[in-house]
Design a protein around this ligand. Sequence first.
Ligand code: SF4
Ligand code: SF4
Length: 429
Amino acid sequence: MSDTTAPQTSAAPVDVPSAVRVMLDQMGANIATWLDSCLHCGQCAQACHFHEVSRDPRHSPAYKLKPLVKAYKRHKSPFAKLRTTLGFPAQDVTADDLREWQELIYDTCTMCGRCTVVCPMGIDTASLVGLTRTAMVAAGLGPPDLLATADRSAEVGSPLGMTPDTLEDRIEWLADDYEVDIPLDKDKARVLLTVSSIEAMKYPQSIVAMARILNHAGEDWTFSTKGYEATNFGMLSGKSDVAAKMLGRIVNAAESVGAELVIIPECGHAYGALRWTGAKILGRALPFAVQHITEYLADAKAAGKLKLKPFAESITYHDPCQVSRRGGATQAPRDILAGFAQDFREMAPTGNANWCCGGGGGVAAIESATDLRLKVFGIKMDQVAETGADTMVSACANCRQSLDAGKEHFGWDKDIASLVEIVADHLDE
Ligand code: SF4
Ligand code: SF4
């Protein structure tokens, strides 16, 4: 590697060898194939919301992968050794590359996966951006606010400072105020319910809504102070040790109550973190099923356990990228809304092709990304306006937070709501 630890303009060192080592360590055959197969056709640029609003070529998904491509060509491609032997090695990753790409890798990618849907080679840019984030952390880079949020999760149990004691206090308060039974730390339960601290601290009525629905369905469930936080800022920031720690807490809690099912609340990345990558990160099979709360609700409704009064107002659904496109639970919210929402209007595009809210992938926690994120909200306002719906409902508290911030910034006149809360408000008891 040609570029060793180099001084950053901000005086902080950039550990290039460690960053490249992390990239190469994770570069299996599938990643090598992706990095080799880009046609430079530019189709992904049209799919990325950041490129859509900025028209900046640097925001093209393929461009964001450049440090990874450089590391591959220099060290791992079929011609890497030959080129080095012949005395004209490919360029290596430099400290300047990493400094420059930090913004592109964090501020301008929500890891939404929309670019992959249109890519003729099926290149999974979101995963490759995730890998590059782990390399950025190894280099000593990364947005300080996002990294601090991840560290706080590891230290106190939650990114927003929700300790086990805070959870217990909030549950006691909510149970009293809303007169709902919210079980905590039962010895045994069929279902372990988790929570996003965004919900607990900003939208606490979500906890009440989930409790009402599970009780209405006659479920045997509990929260656990051993593992309650569903969000995983370790995954979002590139801090893989924090990612494993957060997942481990939920798995331990589920095992201690003998849970058959862990329900992820209205949080997109939390669903993918446990359901699709949990076993791989922890290195063992999960001894329970995992469902997003919308999947649980759809199943409960199909089984006749969810009796609902009709929702009459016009409503549209914002697909959280990590629940629909990347999570696979695209149909579940529609099954819930079918017959219940009397005036449901799909956005265009919708489902797996829907535009991101702009705040996923940790972007909502990065202050420097705010201006671009708000511009992206313009796409969502246009989409909802085309439907004519008065309410936009979603199933991700992080989306909800980003959408609420956009609403406030632009003085938007639409209602933004949680699907779970709407369902809870219309239970036919
Ligand atoms: S994953 Fe989403 S945000 Fe990231 S480059 Fe692709 S389209 Fe853009
Ligand atoms: S769409 Fe796929 S092949 Fe085309 S430039 Fe983007 S990443 Fe490369």
